[in-house]
Design a protein around this ligand. Sequence first.
Ligand code: GLA
Length: 504
Amino acid sequence: MRFLLVALCLIFALQVPAQARSAAEGVWLFDNAPSYPGVTMLEVANDAGAISGSVTTEWYGPMTFENGRVEGDTLTFDLRNINDNAHPIRRWTAQFTPSGVKLTGDIWYAHVEQNGRRGGVKDAEARAFRFAPDLPPLGTIAPDKLAATPPMGWSSWNKFGDKIDDTTVRAMADTLVATGLRDAGYLYVNIDDGWQGKRDANGVLQPNAKFPDMKALTDYVHSKGLKIGIYTSQGPRTCAGYEGSYGHIQRDAQTFADWGFDYLKHDLCSGEWFYNDADKVKRSYYEMGLALKATGRSMLYSLCQYGRFNVSEWGRSVGGHLWRTTGDITDDYKTMSDIGFERNPKFGHAGPGGWNDPDMLEVGNGGMSEDEYITHLTLWAIQAAPLIMGHDLRQTSENALRLLTNRDVIAIDQDAKGVQGRAVREDGKLEIWRKELADGSVALALFNRGEAPAPMAPTAADANLARLTEARDLWRGAAVAVEELHFVVPAHGAVMLRVKGDSI
Ligand code: GLA
């Protein structure tokens, strides 16, 4: 009896590794993958006990794994994680059963749990990822005359997400005209993520059914005296999971030009797996910059990679006219003020032709108070940020319209000198910011980041002037005597001034 038990144990012990090896090795197919990250295949090889392989996804192609280990019927391995510096590596598990495999792991914000079936070499070939051609060596794109002042307009993303369509875009163009927003300077109507369909047999990207005729749409927007923008990513998938431009950069740039677009936002989404260091990210933006130039059409080029790798230092040289400095804005004071006070000011190099982009406006969406929206616009204007609205223009309240069309504030943003204003005096929650203007006058912004109204009094020194001679309160639309520059600034509010004086 005892002998039998020992013999059984031995047989079992010997068999497990052999069974485990054969169970894990090979090709595993996943059908109906959830859209992110869209696992389609697991490939496992065993070279004399060294386990290697990859998880193929729709977003990132084959993600090669490390430290593969088979124990019993379970394979574990490490995958490079994405967009989460705190957890650069994640441990995944594949559990094999007689009927297939269960794959479990985490990547970025998603938990993956997918059941797969065994496949063969032919399946692996059919599902193999097609890598894009090598990126071009980095070069410099000469400046053009575009974006002499920060771009202004509207984008679909903040309000509509990917639920955007031709009818809504036309309605936004109509409303820009009807409300006077166009005449206040808001010129670009930008379609963000969610317009894409599939590629045709020639690889030409088609819009989805919500955009029946892109050329007719751009013609319509142009007929209103406006310009129109579009969006893509350099990865296989855009952030909302639509078809990206990976492997099709030149073709897509040409398609956008042929359709008549005037502006492209190029989002690193899913490309950050492939282009994960400064050199590759720069070259991938340069590649699209070259492709846009090669079309011969004048298009603004907006880089969207959340400020990584000091983008403001090289955004212009890859052809960019604006570059995001932050993650996505949301319609709340905390996010807006973190971006406006803390994050965007860290980036330099803004000026005619190239602008730091702290993301689109939330004014009109209703998540902040009037004072907070005044702070939002004041911060954006004093930093010469692009003013791209992000609400449903048809529902612009009178108050929001008054803020958005304030010509004096817009003039600060659009000033020809192109200086990005900055904090010059900080006292706890109270900050005074300055922006030098082309005509020698100076914009000052008084911000109260605190929770109670606070008295604030700017001085000539704040404006870097010897003596103030004139002042205008831009939100009130009234001149103020220079002896009376005492304000009670509301909690989370701002006062914006344009002052003149004698130079030092
Ligand atoms: C990213 C960008 C956003 C928006 C979405 C679209 O999150 O930062 O501005 O374009 O993608 O999916």
